[in-house]
Design a protein around this ligand. Sequence first.
Ligand SMILES: Nc1[nH]c(=O)nc2c1ncn2[C@H]1C[C@H](O)[C@@H](COP(=O)(O)OP(=O)(O)OP(=O)(O)O)O1
Length: 211
Amino acid sequence: MGIASLPPGLEGNFIEVSSGGGSSWLAFNTKRLYTNAFIIQDDKILLGYKKRGFGVHKYNGFGGKVEQGETAVQAAARELQEEAGITAPLEHYGTFLFVTEGGPDWAFQIEIFRAEEYSGTLIETDEMRFQWFATPNVGVGIPETTVVSAAAQAVVELLPIPFDSMWESDRYWIPLLLSKRHFIGRTDFKSVGETFTLEKWWFGEIGAREW
Ligand SMILES: Nc1[nH]c(=O)nc2c1ncn2[C@H]1C[C@H](O)[C@@H](COP(=O)(O)OP(=O)(O)OP(=O)(O)O)O1
């Protein structure tokens, strides 16, 4: 643990939270910016089931490529509108690099945003089918005799976050996002056809002195 030996491509004063996998990082040439946005509300998180494209059949936040002339937060807002039909006051909480062996020779740099509120009506799109999931503390501490409101009852009945149907390394950083900890990281995957296997990862949170 500590701030030493950040993976190549990352810099700053970060404290390791989780790491693992093989001994060497993959090489990459440049980085391309992507976004991923999550609505986290009342002990539940909004995910989308990806119906087509890269990452098909996985649950994820809403996001995609940052287009020329856009900032990351503008791109995140546009993707949230396009893929889920809503707008939200997005706040930046993390950045990680996604590198693949057998994929492009550049790294995806994914900027992670979250919001607690949103406006508009959620819609299913050609690309994503939205679904709420319970965050880990749901239901904890509700005594059996307590009268649970209809809204809380609906939350209690949500399924837990489906980490087994998400990108394999999301289980290491989603908890940081849920607890509002700013983080960076890197994940290296091996791809064989449509199957991606996590080879190496590192996630850290920002050192207290930077805040
Ligand atoms: N939650 C996540 N965890 C992860 O480890 N890698 C992710 C990730 N979300 C995205 N990635 C990586 C893999 C993914 O194929 C790549 C591009 O992200 P997306 O699939 O969101 O972008 P798209 O290819 O849909 O872009 P657009 O066509 O602009 O929507 O970034």
